[in-house]
Ligand binder design. Sequence first.
Ligand code: 13P
Length: 349
Amino acid sequence: MINALTVTAQALMEPSKGLLAMDESVGTCNRRLAECGIAQTEEFRRRYRELLVTAPGLSPFISGAILLDETLRQNTRDGVLLADVLRAAGILVGIKVDAGTTALADHPGERVTEGLDGLRERLARFATLGVCFAKWRAVLVIADGLPTQACIQVNAHALARYASLCQEAQIVPVVEPEVLMDGGHTLTRCAEVTTEVLHQVFEQLHEQGVALEAMILKPNMVLPGLSCGEPASLAEVAEATLSCLRRTVPAAVVGVAFLSGGQPATLATARLNAMHQPNQTSGSPAFELPWPLSFSFGRALQQPALGLWAGKDGNRVIAQNALLHRARCNAAAVQGAYSDAMDEEARAA
Ligand code: 13P
């Protein structure tokens, strides 16, 4: 059965494609709608997600879409399940199964992701609905003395338990330990923390018998904190991120698909592109990457489209074009073929 899971995981990592993360929780989605002056109702979340999944021409760039439970139950205005629209376009349907984060007891400023209770039953139900992959996100904060070992360990343990339950249910786990960008930390500090987190995640995955050949890792890029005074170049980010991944991610993992974490959309694309430049990925066999490196972006794919839509039917087409454009740019980045000109031409048009 691991074979069937591996085939699905490989399909998700199809060369020059990536994942569309559109699984924002109700609270997060409402917050993003509010920022664009859009009503925060189930109907507007449905309309927005209908706009995303019905964008024509997405499938050459997008292999899978991660949905929220609510979206899995929603239809287009014509009564077609949104999940069926994706499947008809050849896009695999995934689901977010964590229940969000809660404060970690006795560890101020740190959070643990919940959702393991009843997960076996929920996964079984999702599998009957044709869901073939899932996502669980853990968050780690960098600050003075943070993250603690306690926080890293409980989150790594939960990620591994989730991944094991997914594989039991014949669902490919996307394992997402996110080291947040917030804070004034340097690129070097982010590299240290991300390295430690990934070591612990893979140790727990090993302890719990998760088949690496049937999972995808969704990490953060290694970046300086948002309020760090020392900016990092594209090449520095690429070098720091790839060194960290080479040291921590076993070659058996099917693929690595980055989250965007709130980076400006074009910058996330440029950084992904920098990681695919020949000097980063070859030159010496020791530096060949053992896994494909792709994207599983939320905001960096959706944000321009959401702003242009503004909740108005008349803006659907321009919003869908904006989504398609970001998907095309990121698919180009995965091949090292993105250039600023792609965005400049789009802006001019
Ligand atoms: P961002 O790309 O906006 O970080 O979202 C990815 C995601 O799935 C967060 O869990």
